[in-house]
Write a protein that binds this ligand. Structure first.
Ligand SMILES: C[S@@+](CC[C@H](N)C(=O)[O-])C[C@H]1O[C@@H](n2cnc3c(N)ncnc32)[C@H](O)[C@@H]1O
Length: 544
């Protein structure tokens, strides 16, 4: 959990400024349409003014900037005067202006540029939260409190753009995949005739873990005009700045229709990869995960350090009758079977392998156990939200184990873990139950293929550190091959393979066995594997 008081002032005002070379590249593409009125909704010290000056031919240009902070707005105004660019820089909240324009149905600008603030909704002052919601609602877009400050900026910017106008902004790379931006993605798909993302391998903004992209968009002239959809142009280094953005915008292949309606990760695939992926999804024995298994969240304790403990604590407080096996971290299960042997290994390492489940009332508990509870209370654990809303605070609800577990986060590929010792898992893992006709061990065996790994890259999310995270609704969408023909399989051997081989080797082997059983050819398996590798490397920011 991040708390507002731990965040820097720069982060809270979303004050990471655009490097001049990137701003100039954006201005170059925008300037091609000869705009007269250009909006910069959060202009900071006015780097985009300098960018248009760098491109030249600014006689007809009127720059309309908004900036919340007067020092920055002054700098932007001074810059415009020095560079002799006609500008009106308002020290004001752009969202106020946008709400008025949107209410009046006014689309005033030929182009919009910028780099809007990146601030979590929960950190915004309540008036800004309300304004964000108004902007979503005025365009009939589904609002969510998971949103971020940049999203209403983009909605409002597109709305205030004249038909056929151009949009060029630096935006968080999460626009491609985060669920909270789904209504924005749909909106952009509807409103724009063409979209292009310039997707760098590197992190452009030093000091942030947040990847950024450039979004170029052309607003439709009429809402029922054809939409050519989205292209993603992958770049490494800054050589691309020497290319003509107009040519890149026109020439990058695009996807449209249903593939652009969900997450935009599909646009990271080549046409061949996308066609194959779609084809395989239609096979009878390739399922969406929700068709063959149920995903539930893990146990929420509210105070892991109290409820998840090593053997030493169990012994000290005589908790043997209340201790149950548990695992919750990837290093606790390097293979894909969690069995007695793995559990003993973890126990000997002093890992917190015990889940403490105390159901009795205090007066009925042995003295040492009461002492342990008192220790938790001395640490104020009983006042924590999740603990104080249940009675007694030390009885964790919804405690059950499932035959299969799945860690929320993974480095290379997600995996299912066969849980043969009824171990509990907490909120770092999901509880998976195979449907009646599906064998748990076979499901675990069939999971690590290039097809499922690729679908995890397409459906999942990742943040600055490059770790892949899947939430239940994303897991439910994973594609998994479960061939009837595959009746003999050696999960023990795969468990050993997992402990010593790399992810590509595992996927290659399992694709051969599992996808091969469905008649998916070696060439097709290689296409999937290649696509997976590229998407994984992109996430981890590794050069191909
Ligand atoms: C990421 S910085 C970008 C500044 C400049 N556009 C650039 O590209 O270098 C975002 C700027 O937005 C300003 N800002 C934040 N919320 C705003 C709002 N509601 N209206 C206008 N400006 C805002 C911040 O003060 C900050 O200067």
């Amino acid at each position: 959990m991040n708390f507002i008081e731990n965040e820097s002032e720069k982060k809270l005002r979303g004050g990471y400024y655009t490097p001049e070379d990137l701003a100039t590249y954006i201005a170059k593409w925008i300037a091609k349409s000869n705009p007269e009125h250009v909006l910069e909704p959060s202009c900071g010290d006015g780097i985009f003014i300098k960018a248009f000056h760098n491109i030249g031919n600014t006689e007809a240009l009127h720059f309309h900037g908004f900036e919340l902070f007067d020092d920055e707005a002054d700098k932007a105004q001074k810059r415009a005067s020095q560079l002799k660019i006609k500008s009106i820089i308002k020290c004001a909240d752009f969202l106020d202006h946008a709400i008025k324009l949107m209410a009046a149905g006014k689309a005033e600008f030929d182009a919009v540029v910028g780099n809007p603030p990146f601030i979590r909704y929960q950190y915004l002052p309540s008036e800004s939260q309300e304004k964000s919601e108004i902007i979503f609602k005025s365009e009939h877009l589904k609002f969510t409190k998971h949103t971020n400050a940049w999203v209403p900026f983009v909605i409002a910017a597109i709305k205030t753009l004249k038909p056929g106008g151009r949009f060029g902004m630096i935006l968080p790379a999460e626009i491609i995949h985060v669920m909270h931006a789904q209504s924005l993605r749909t909106y952009l798909g509807e409103q724009c005739s063409k979209l292009l993302i310039v997707d760098p391998e590197e992190i452009w903004f030093e000091g942030t873990l947040q990847g950024a992209i450039i979004l170029f968009a052309e607003k439709k002239k009429k809402i029922d005009d054809h939409s050519y959809g989205l292209g993603i142009y992958k770049v490494a280094g800054k050589d691309f700045l020497n290319e003509d953005p107009e040519k890149v915008f026109e020439d990058t292949p695009r996807i449209n229709g249903e593939t652009v309606e969900g997450k935009w990760t599909q646009a990271l695939l080549t046409k061949e990869e996308r066609t194959l992926y779609k084809l395989l999804l239609n096979l009878d024995e390739v399922h969406k995960f929700h068709q063959i298994a149920k995903v539930d969240v893990g146990i929420v304790t509210g105070a892991n350090k109290f409820f998840l403990v090593p053997n030493s604590v169990v012994q000290e407080y005589e908790l043997e009758n209340y201790a149950h096996p548990m695992f919750g971290r990837s290093e606790h299960c390097p293979g894909l079977i969690y069995d007695e042997q793995q559990h003993q290994e973890n126990t000997q390492k002093g890992n917190p392998t015990n889940f403490i489940l105390i159901k009795d009332e205090l007066s009925k508990l042995p003295k040492k156990v009461r002492e342990y509870i008192a220790l938790g209370e001395a640490d104020n654990l009983h006042t924590r939200y999740k603990c104080r809303i249940r009675k007694p605070w030390y009885t964790v609800p919804s405690v059950y184990s499932t035959k299969i577990g799945m860690l929320k986060r993974s480095h290379d590929i997600p995996k299912l873990i066969l849980n043969t010792v009824d171990a509990y898992t907490t909120d770092t893992a999901y509880r998976i139950t195979a449907k009646e006709t599906i064998a748990a061990d076979k499901l675990v065996f069939c999971f690590p293929t290039a097809l499922t790994a690729l679908s995890a890259e397409l459906e999942g999310r990742h943040y600055g550190g490059g770790v892949l995270e899947l939430v239940p609704s994303e897991i439910e969408e994973l594609a998994i091959a479960y061939p009837k023909k595959l009746t003999k399989f050696d999960l023990e051997a795969l468990n050993c393979t997992y402990k010593k081989e790399s992810a590509p080797e595992i996927l290659e082997q399992q694709s051969r066995i599992v996808l091969g059983a469905l008649g998916i050819t070696a060439e097709q398996q290689a296409v999937l594997l290649n696509a997976w590798k590229r998407l994984k490397n992109r996430r981890q920011r590794i050069s191909d």
